[in-house]
Write a protein that binds this ligand. Structure first.
Ligand code: ADP
Length: 566
């Protein structure tokens, strides 16, 4: 288990106290001891001088022992040779030469010498003080035991003082550490709550932390840190938001992949991948997962009905994969290719017919066969007319595809009346039901669409049939319809009749000069206006073609709609 801050503080405090105490005790002990010894030395020096005076200069007698006893010291008298003349404790005859004793050497040199050591004669620690007295040296020795005894109360007082101070200090440490612990806990709780999203102001101002000067600096630092984190998080969120918005708005799909694991997929990528992306964010498409591991040239893959171009930007642990849906582009390209091929083919037929007829006319003219000249001239005229119609329809189509509509108020009923009047409908009974409906549109283009529908109705309805033209409002749409009682269209052809160059009965339509472009033009006009076309037809009964235009009651202009459809 981890020990708390309080315990750590108390342990460090006790250790410091012990160290300080030991060092101080040694110092005091040493100082006191030196003081005592100095004092003892001074008094013993005085005694030595007194003893030297008392002994006089004559031979030493028994009075040495009496003096020593009276003074409570040991007295030794050493002659000039270092021989012990007298000693108050031992027999001089048994004592060795004393000239090598340090206090004796010092006394001879300087008049006085001191030394402390264990006496070989009496076997205890002694303080020796020697003074020179003429040729002889008088030495007094006192036991150091006295010093030790005098030091005991000093040591005891020092120990007691240290114990009292330590206990008081420990109490202070306990109080301070408890308080610090409480503040630390409060600060930790606050920081935890800040990390969980609460405001630093709310937690740190006015509370326990604010009132404590010890931690106010720390709490200020936490507050400023929290402010900075908040600001940084805010910036990151803004950046993230911007990135998300950009990625979400992209038509390209963007994936972040780690192997088959999808870390991120923008909406376009999710749309394109469809069921290839599992709900738990895994890529079901193995080919793409393995492709994502290495850089490769853009590759095309199919996801459901979509054709997608894949570009991989691999990195050590995460690859960026960009997906571009090229279905429409590829389809448009192929339609364009087909269109060029179809248009060339369609143009070739009348051109070849003209060339053949012209050659025949030339031969017939040389032969003087005027009937043949006249017959083939009419064929040239018919083919040229057909060629002219194809070219004119193609120009209409490319104009509709290429430029923006020139829109304005378009009166559908008036346009319908004009076109009905101009159409070749003498062989049928024409009825109209026209409500006054005005749309925002391009009058020449709407007229062109109507012209094509009326021309088809006229061509496919036999004499005596009927053609009915209506302009109505249905919900939020304006609807123009042309109904005939003509041949009708086989159900299998219905889905394709709005395609370019698609004809139901190729042989017959060539004969009638049809181009197969009329309904494609109608569809284009409708779509450029934001509308659509529909057909209902029954073989032998007749057909109804309807163009619906949006009724633009809102502020949205046709320009906008037209651009959206380009
Ligand atoms: P075309 O110039 O051949 O008429 P369209 O695109 O206008 O070309 O028409 C495509 C085909 O749809 C025609 O070949 C024709 O068979 C059929 N069609 C169009 N309108 C009618 C109609 N009102 N009645 C019967 N068939 C129609």
């Amino acid at each position: 288990m981890k020990s708390g801050l309080g315990t750590k503080l108390a342990v460090s405090y006790v250790l410091s106290v012990v160290v300080v105490f030991v060092v101080t005790a040694l110092f005091i002990d040493q100082a006191a001891r030196s003081g005592f010894i100095e004092e003892l030395t001074t008094s013993t020096q005085a005694q030595s001088r007194a003893v030297a005076v008392a002994l006089g200069t004559g031979p030493v007698d028994r009075s040495v022992s009496d003096l020593a006893e009276a003074l409570g010291v040991r007295i030794t008298v050493i002659d000039a040779e270092g021989v012990v003349e007298a000693d108050s404790t031992a027999d001089p005859a048994t004592m060795t030469n004393h000239n090598d004793r340090p206090e004796i050497i010092e006394a001879r040199a300087e008049g006085m010498g001191t030394s402390t050591r264990l006496s070989q004669t009496v076997g205890e620690d002694l303080l020796y003080v020697a003074i020179r007295d003429g040729d002889r040296v008088v030495r007094l020795a006192v036991p150091l035991e006295d010093v030790r005894e005098r030091m005991f109360p000093v040591r005891l007082r020092a120990l007691l003082g240290a114990v009292v101070v330590s206990i008081a200090g420990l109490a202070v440490v306990v109080v301070v550490s408890r308080r610090t612990q409480r503040l630390m806990r409060a600060l930790t709780a606050s920081v935890t709550q800040i990390a969980a999203g609460r405001s630093a102001e709310e937690l740190l101002v006015g509370g326990q932390l604010e009132s404590s000067p010890e931690v106010s600096e720390l709490s200020e630092a936490v507050r400023s840190m929290s402010d900075q984190i908040r600001a940084r998080v805010g910036e990151l969120e803004t950046e993230q938001d911007l990135r998300d918005r950009v990625l979400e708005a992209l038509d390209e799909g963007v994936l972040l992949l780690r192997g088959a694991l999808v870390d991120y997929a923008n909406p376009a990528a999710r749309r394109m991948l469809g069921s290839s992306l599992s709900a738990d964010g895994r890529l079901r498409n193995q080919a793409l997962a393995s492709l994502a591991a290495e850089r490769a040239a853009p590759i095309r893959m199919t996801f459901g009905a979509r054709l997608v171009e894949v570009v991989v930007e691999p990195s050590a642990d995460q690859s960026v994969v960009v997906l571009r849906d090229v279905t429409d582009r590829v389809r448009t390209e192929s339609i364009r290719r087909d269109f060029v091929a179809d248009a060339s083919h369609e143009l070739k037929t009348p051109v070849a017919a003209i060339r053949a007829a012209a050659e025949t006319i030339q031969t017939a003219a040389e032969d003087g066969d005027m009937a043949a000249v006249s017959h083939f001239s009419r064929q040239v005229e018919a083919s040229a007319y057909r060629l002219g119609r194809i070219v004119s329809d193609l120009l209409d189509l490319s104009r509709l595809e290429a430029r923006d509509l020139d829109v304005g108020p378009t009166d559908l009923a008036a346009l319908a009346l004009e076109e009905v009047a101009a159409a070749e409908l003498d062989h049928v009974t024409v009825t109209v039901d026209l409500d006054p409906v005005v749309i925002q549109g391009s009058p020449p283009d709407v007229a062109l669409a109507l012209r094509n529908l009326l021309s088809n109705a006229a061509r496919h309805t036999d004499a005596g049939g009927t053609v009915h033209v209506a302009v109505k409002t249905e919900g939020d749409e304006a609807v123009v319809s042309v109904t005939d009682s003509g041949s009708g269209i086989p159900a299998r052809d219905l889905p394709r009749i709005f395609e370019r160059f698609y004809r139901v009965d190729t042989a017959r339509s060539r004969h009638t000069g049809a181009t197969g472009l009329g309904l494609a033009i109608v569809r284009h006009v409708a779509e450029r206006h934001g509308g659509r076309v529909a057909v209902q037809s029954e073989l032998g009964v007749g057909s109804t073609f309807r163009i619906s235009f949006p009724l633009l009651t809102s502020g949205l202009g046709i320009d906008q709609v037209a651009r959206d459809f380009t």
